[in-house]
Ligand binder design. Structure first.
Ligand code: UD1
Length: 421
């Protein structure tokens, strides 16, 4: 099993470009299911989650051609609308095929996602929304079996803000009869990116980016070409890594406005942050003040950046508190950070971080995607060598991470179970 070996203690310095956003690419690739005409998606990051989704789509009969970071998909009328357990279990976002399949084919069999390392993460709101649109749903042998005539537009209120839930229902509504209103919809930029792709395919959507999205159903969608937005979480991860190591970086190909909450917190931690139209420069030369924060749906502070800030706070001056309000079990990085010498206590959904002088390298284990990113940052800060086991989690969501870090002067190498790259 691959592991990362980091020789810490060097500030990150230099310039790096970010990849397309994983969380936008996944729903956008699924939107190809809504039309028989081809969808060409550019700036698709090469990640394990993307490979998994493309395998799932190919398995149904979707034609997939890849060239560099471009993927061309065509979903013929004859495809088999089934998503099997062996792939769905490895990636919860596979549930995103359900809405499009049901809307276009009138039936679908999609494995229920299994348990997940970061909490319960149910899909009840996806299912309730589809039912409100007229779908009949049953669970048989671990599969969601969904049937519908043409879905019917309706008013759907979601009592929790759900990103993939909003995306699934928005995709389903594009082909429904009449108007669907999604209330308390997610406002995440990835939802907006998906909506823009759907509009390019002929969907009639308004209100994306606000918490009320209105979709006027059309009988059919057509092909289009779309370029995936830059990954704001990858961007934020490089910026925090630079701040935590007292470095200076320029991150390019980004949309600074999608990172307002994160940049605000970096400034509060004493970093100097300057934004251009598509780049962000960060310099951290003085003391790291750390920063208390609370995760919440966009535009507030993203849960996907919480673990990285915790690594930075571990070596800040003073005590900070990180409160997680989205997922109930998202502090698994805490015990690994403690192995590196961090002083962190967890009380319910809050972590209290008492800054220490420095961290010391050790062997740690990655537990989920963003927890792994936090361990990488901790490894970059720590004195001596940090070995991170089970980095397949990182490969799910960060493209060429160790190469990019090396470009910024970090000493990082990948050990392929023995062979060192
Ligand atoms: C997406 C992101 C993930 C991010 C998360 C929150 C993708 C592929 N993944 O995950 O990186 O961490 O948003 O920003 O885009 N919930 C329910 N019922 C449902 C659905 C969700 O109760 O039917 C709850 C969840 O348990 C959680 C909260 O809603 O407490 C938010 O989850 P949600 O936004 O759905 O997360 P994902 O879309 O799975």
């Amino acid at each position: 099993m691959d592991r990362l070996i980091i020789a810490g203690g060097r500030p990150l310095e230099g310039e790096i470009g970010v990849s397309g956003a994983k969380n936008a690419a996944l729903p956008i690739l699924c939107s190809a299911l809504l039309s028989a005409e081809p969808l060409t998606v550019a700036r698709v990051p090469q990640l394990r989650d993307v490979t998994t989704l493309l395998r799932l789509l190919k398995g149904m009969g979707v034609e997939v051609e890849t060239e560099g970071d471009k993927v061309r998909l065509a979903a013929p009328n004859t495809l088999e609308p089934v998503a099997s357990y062996d792939l769905v279990k490895t990636m919860r976002a596979s549930i995103l095929v359900l809405g499009p399949l049901l809307a276009r084919f009138g039936h679908a069999r999609v494995s229920l996602p299994g348990g997940c390392a970061i909490g319960e993460r149910p899909v009840d709101l996806h299912l309730k929304g589809l039912q409100a649109m007229g779908a009949q749903l049953a669970v048989e042998h671990g599969y969601i079996v969904a049937t519908a005539g043409r879905l019917q537009g309706t008013h759907i209120f979601m009592d929790t803000v759900t990103v993939t839930g909003t995306e699934n229902l928005m995709m389903a509504a594009t082909l429904a009869e009449g108007i669907t209103v999604l209330e308390n919809a997610a406002r995440e930029p990835e939802v907006v990116d998906l909506a823009q792709c759907l509009v390019g395919m002929g969907a009639r959507i308004t209100g994306h980016g606000t918490d009320v999205i209105t979709v006027k159903g059309v009988p059919a969608l057509h092909g289009t070409a779309h370029s995936v937005m830059p990954d704001r979480i990858e961007t934020g991860t490089f910026l925090v890594a630079a701040a935590a190591t007292g470095g200076h970086v320029r991150v390019t190909g980004v949309r600074p406005r999608t990172l307002d909450a994160v940049l605000d917190k970096l400034r509060e931690a004493n970093a100097k942050v300057e934004c251009g139209t598509d780049d962000i420069r960060l310099t951290m030369r003085g003391a790291n003040h750390g920063v208390s924060l609370r995760t919440a749906p966009y535009p507030a502070f993203p849960t996907d950046m919480q673990a990285q800030f915790m690594a930075m706070n571990a070596v800040a001056q003073g005590t900070t508190v990180i409160t997680e309000t989205i997922f109930e079990n998202r502090f698994m990085h805490v015990q690994e950070l403690r192995r590196l010498g961090a002083n962190i206590e967890v009380e319910g959904n809050a972590a209290i971080i008492r800054g220490v002088q420095g961290l010391d390298g050790a062997t740690v284990m990655a537990t989920d995607l963003r927890a792994s990113a936090s361990l990488v940052i901790a490894g970059l800060i720590a004195r001596g060598e940090t070995i991170i086991d089970r980095i397949y989690h990182l490969d799910r969501g960060y493209e060429r991470l160790e190469h990019k870090l090396r470009e910024l002067g970090a000493e990082v190498r990948r050990d392929h179970a023995g062979a060192i790259e």
